[in-house]
Design a protein around this ligand. Sequence first.
Ligand code: ADP
Length: 288
Amino acid sequence: MAAASATPRDCTPGTPLITVEHVRKTYETRDGPVAAIAAASFDVIAGSFVSLLGPSGCGKSTLLLMLAGLEQATAGRLAIGGEPVTAPRRDIGIVFQDATLLPWKSALDNVLFPIKILKRPIADYRARGAELLDLVGLTGFHDKKPAQLSGGMRQRVAICRALIHDPDILLMDEPFSALDAITRDQMNLLLTELLEKLKKTVVFVTHSIREAAFLSDRVLVMGSRPSTITLDATVPLARPRSFAVEGSPAFNDLCARLRRSIEAAHAAEPPPPVPARPALALREQFHV
Ligand code: ADP
C-alpha cells in the first residue's frame, strides 16, 4: 500500500519547492497574440498553501497550468525541486472546477483511475483509496456511481483521485466555485483538516477573497491582464483553523487588504460588457 506521507518526500519543509522566475505567457491565437501574464516571480515553500487570487481572466489558471507542465511559458523559468517544468509530472495532483469523474465507475474506482494510467498495480492502492475516501467523509459511498453523489461529494472524490499516488504537490483550480455557498464552506473546512493530516504543498486558484484568506499561508494577488503579482500577503492566522477565525480582526483586516489590492490593480479595467439582449421572438416583437 502507498503510505501517506507526513511531510513532503523529496523536499525539506521550509525550503522552496516551487520556483517561478520572470514568467511571461502570451497565447498565439487566430485573432493574434493574447498576452495573459506579463511577469510573475514567486517561490512556494515546501508544505505551504499558496493561493493565486484575482478576478476572472487575469491569468490564474494559466499560471497553474504552466506549473502542471500543461502549458509552456513564453519566457522565464518554472522549476519544481530545482528541475525545470517542461512536461506533465507525476509528483503533482490536480483538481479542477469540474470533478470530471467517469460516470460508469464507482467512487473508489474513480479514485484508483490514475494508478491505472500510471500502470501501477491497482491492488496495491485499493486500501489507500478507501482510506482517502473515509478521510473526506465518504465512508459508505465507495461503491456509489457519480450520479448517486452530490456535487460536493464528487469534488471530494476528485480530491482523493488527485492524492492517490501520494504527490508532494496539489494544484487546485477553483475546485469549489461551482458549489453552493454552504457546501463550499464545508469543503474549505474539509480541505484544511485533510491537509493537517497529509501535509502537501498546495497552489490554489480562487477568486474568493475569504476562501483565499481562510485556506492559505500566503495569498498572491494577480493584477489585470497581462498580469503581474501585485501583492504577496502572508496570512497571520495560526493553524489548525476553524470558521471561528473569520470573526477575528486579523482575518477581516487581511480580507480588506486583499480587496483594496484587487480594486487598485483592476481599477483601470473597462467595465465588463453589457450582455447583448437576446433577440426577441417575432411574437414578442409584435406583441401578438
Ligand atoms: P483566470 O484563470 O484568471 O480566469 P486564465 O488564465 O484562464 O484566467 O486566462 C487569462 C487570459 O488568457 C484570458 O484573457 C484568456 O482569455 C486567455 N487564455 C486562456 N487560455 C487561452 C488559450 N488556450 N488560448 C488563448 N487565450 C487563452
